[in-house]
Design a protein around this ligand. Structure first.
Ligand code: 4NP
Length: 147
């Protein structure tokens, strides 16, 4: 799960997907998140993401932000970008067609081919619940699609 800072959207996506996988009894998927930028590396998720996750029964306080790297593209089977700018930045890191093909816009799982984006809620305190709802639906589709 990849966004810009790895403190708002992708930590939520990671926490939601892990939670849904546990509920589905799927324990052998390796889930992680990262940011295309490294400014927040080492930090906890944004407190507003922590709060909205907690409200829905999900703890994301064990997470620490980190920057996406080339090994991620090599080692993970699927890379989900939150928006088109993340998508373009990830594609620039990819070294082969195989790696480029792993990169998807996460909302295309729910609404295929529409290239809908998960809005950056950093400057919008009220945006976090909407982001949670979008990611919750998209993660359910990811499990349906790839299980
Ligand atoms: P995220 O949100 O990409 O969902 O983690 C942001 C967090 C921090 C910044 C931008 C977006 N920032 O500019 O510091």
């Amino acid at each position: 799960m990849v966004c810009l800072g790895n403190i708002c959207r992708s930590p939520l996506a990671e926490g939601i997907l892990r939670h849904q996988l546990e509920e589905a009894g799927i324990l052998d998927w390796e889930i992680d998140s990262a940011g295309t930028g490294g400014w927040h590396a080492g930090e906890l998720p944004d407190r507003r993401s922590i709060e909205v996750a907690k409200k829905h029964g999900i703890d994301i306080t064990y997470q620490k932000a980190r920057k996406l790297n080339g090994y991620d593209l090599e080692n993970f089977d699927l890379i989900f970008a939150m928006d088109s700018s993340n998508y373009n930045d990830i594609i620039k890191l990819a070294q082969s067609k195989e790696e480029r093909d792993k990169v998807k816009l996460i909302m295309n799982e729910l609404t295929p081919h529409q290239n809908q984006v998960v809005p950056d809620p950093y400057y919008d305190d009220n945006g976090f619940e909407e982001v949670f709802q979008m990611l919750d639906k998209a993660c359910a589709k990811i499990i349906e699609h790839y299980r």
